[in-house]
Design a protein around this ligand. Structure first.
Ligand SMILES: [Zn+2]
Length: 373
């Protein structure tokens, strides 16, 4: 089966077997000495061999939440091996790290200078090496996204956002997600759902993005339980990969409080909490918090997921978490009350907060955290 070419923010080669198009894509982008950015888990599974291309170098020392030091190490490997392009293979972490590497090799200074909240948008130029993103999870959609989330020196998880950060091209091959274990399938899939929910709820005017987000939400809602219970079901894997991509195509409207809270929680150095699992825990509480600010949007979400009414949504989402066997509280993830103390001001400062439909202050965040504990 040949892939379909979808060009919206970037070119996406989508379909089972699309990975076979990588050699042609490399030559069309004049890449002859690619750096592969991946992680040690995928290296151990032999996933890089499935690319079937000659690599100039490999950088696989990427932690679950990519750090500035992993970006700097990747940039050093890139330069030391005279690379002329980057292939990112993996989930959100290797792809975001690769985005950071593509920035770092041409943009001097600490990464925090390029974060959106530090005026980075104006400093990021198109002068960057080409990057081909190949996701092996269906969740972040970062393969088509304008952002990279990186924990910078000092420990803050910051969003680096620019249209120049979008990968030059992506290959979305659902077959690459077949080996993903059920827990990770569920957690990454819930991340995709949270992107659709949050960007649709954002008050920014963009009906095109709204339509994409709602379509992605309903696909993910129907197919995530199947992908979790039947890992080799390619239709479900394909629908999830599409939903993940749709979530990220739409989130140019911005996200909201679910992400504002999960970003600083994900940066807690001693916990290593999964982004998608955090979002799943926060989602019912943030839906409840936002409900009165955007009743039309809540009705749209209820319609997309098949809930009888928007009042049922928080409970409906909690039950969904249970169906796909994900935690429904922070305590289940090992979080203790003391971990929450530093979170509210960081959540308010997060780049996702301004696009939440209801204005939140620190005490709101504290209440949501307590309720989610
Ligand atoms: Zn997310």
């Amino acid at each position: 089966m040949s892939s379909s070419l979808i060009s919206y923010l970037t070119d996406v080669h989508f379909g089972c077997g699309a990975i076979a198009e990588l050699p042609a894509l490399l030559s069309s982008l004049n890449i002859s000495r690619p750096l592969l950015v991946t992680d040690k888990g995928l290296s151990a599974l032999g996933m890089p061999d499935r690319l079937q291309v000659d690599l100039a170098a490999v950088h696989d020392d990427v932690p679950t939440n990519p750090t500035e030091s992993s970006v700097v190490a990747g940039a050093n490997t890139y330069s030391a091996n005279s690379c002329d392009g980057i292939i990112a293979l993996g989930g959100g972490s290797p792809i975001d790290c690769a985005k950071g590497v593509s920035l770092k090799v041409t943009h001097p200074g600490p990464l925090k200078d390029y974060a959106l909240i530090h005026g980075g948008l104006a400093k990021i130029t198109a002068d960057k090496p080409p990057l081909i993103a190949i996701p092996t999870t269906a969740g972040t959609g970062t393969e088509v996204g304008r952002g990279a989330l990186i924990t910078v020196e000092g420990g803050t998880k910051l969003g680096i956002i620019s249209k120049h950060i979008i990968p030059t091209a992506s290959i979305c091959d659902p077959e690459l997600t077949v080996g993903l274990p059920p827990r990770l399938t569920a957690a990454t899939g819930v991340d995709a759902i949270s992107h659709c929910v949050e960007t649709y709820s954002s008050p920014k005017f963009n009906p095109v993005a709204d339509a994409i987000a709602l379509d992605g939400l309903s696909r993910a809602w129907q197919h995530l339980p199947i992908a979790v219970s039947q890992p080799e079901n390619l239709e479900a894997r394909s629908e999830m990969m599409l939903a993940a991509m749709q979530g990220a195509l739409a989130f140019q409207k911005g996200l909201g409080l679910i992400h504002s809270l999960s970003h600083p929680m994900g940066a807690l150095p001693h916990r290593s909490l999964h982004h998608g699992e955090l979002n799943g825990v926060f989602m019912p509480h943030v839906l409840r918090f936002n409900a009165q600010s955007c009743p039309d949007k809540m009705a749209g979400i209820a319609n997309a997921v098949g809930a009888a009414s928007s009042e049922d949504l928080p409970q409906f989402f909690t039950e969904f978490q249970q169906v796909i066997a994900l935690p429904i509280s922070l305590s289940e993830m090992g979080v203790e009350p003391v971990d929450l103390e530093t979170i509210p001001p960081l959540a308010i400062a997060d780049h996702s907060t301004p696009s939440n439909p209801r204005k939140a202050i620190e005490s709101d965040c504290r209440e949501i955290l307590q309720a989610a504990l």
